[in-house]
Design a protein around this ligand. Structure first.
Ligand SMILES: [Cu+2]
Length: 254
């Protein structure tokens, strides 16, 4: 290969690389969710339960700042199961929808109150700015374990607030590094088709355009489970989930 041919090959390689970068980025932009009006949308309802025995509620040792945090152990919110196996705080969402109803706002703040995050699981649309609050007299900390959004780890004085913007869809674990038992989950969701189960394990997602979708149930201790659901115009589709704890799954595999 002569010198000119080498240069030409090099130029082609750079041009090709630039094209890949350009289309790669523009595809990300094109994949953004498109908001609009949905006429005669359907609903997806269901109940999320745990398979097998109801696990015992775990308690967390709260051994710091007891004048504010209390002298009692604090109930873990990592897996809240009612007597009839219903799981609270499961995020149920459609994972493959690019167009539909408008976002419904999401939460405005995430509080640290009585040395517990309130709420424990929260969802916001991409681009949301939320106030991370401290309603207590003691110093808390906000540590975001994010990969796509800029991670932060900052102290928040008593009755202070820290506004933060979350740009990219991601499931973010939040902790307070002062009080090790404090954990919350902030989900930046790329579409408005989601619901968080109540204490009865029930959820409802409405305004769904007719079609077949992948519906996902995500629980922080168990992980993700999906199922295909077909929604007809104005109809009500059912999607019940029976989640299995990882420990049980692993035991079965052995
Ligand atoms: Cu704290």
């Amino acid at each position: 290969m002569n010198k000119n041919a080498g240069r030409y090959t090099c130029f082609l390689a750079v041009a090709l690389f630039s094209l890949v970068l350009f289309f790669g980025n523009s595809r990300d932009i094109m994949a953004a969710y498109e908001e609009g009006d949905v006429s005669n949308g359907g609903t997806i309802t269901g109940t999320v339960k745990i398979a097998g025995d109801v696990p015992e509620a775990k308690m967390l040792k709260a051994d710091k700042d007891q004048a504010t945090c209390g002298h009692e152990d604090i109930p873990s919110e990592a897996l809240i199961v009612s007597g009839d196996s219903a799981i609270k705080n499961v995020v149920v969402s459609i994972t493959n929808i690019s167009k539909g109803k408008k976002f419904g706002g999401g939460i405005a703040s995430l509080d640290q109150k009585g040395c517990v995050f309130v709420p424990h699981v929260a969802i916001v649309p991409p681009g949301s700015t939320i106030d991370l609050l401290n309603s207590d007299d003691v110093m808390h900390n906000l540590h975001s374990w994010s990969m796509k959004n800029t991670a932060f780890n900052e102290g928040v004085a008593g009755h202070g607030k820290l506004p933060k913007t979350f740009e990219f869809p991601e499931t973010i674990k939040m902790t307070c590094d002062v009080h090790k038992w404090m954990t919350a989950w902030l989900i930046v969701q790329d579409n408005p088709y989601y619901a968080i189960t109540g204490a009865d394990g029930k959820f409802k997602i409405d305004g769904v355009p007719a079609g077949t979708y992948t519906v996902q149930a995500w629980q922080e201790s168990i992980g993700k489970t999906t199922q295909e659901v077909t929604v007809s115009a104005g109809g009500e589709a059912k999607a019940d989930f029976n989640l299995e704890e990882k420990a049980k799954k692993e035991r079965k595999r052995k």
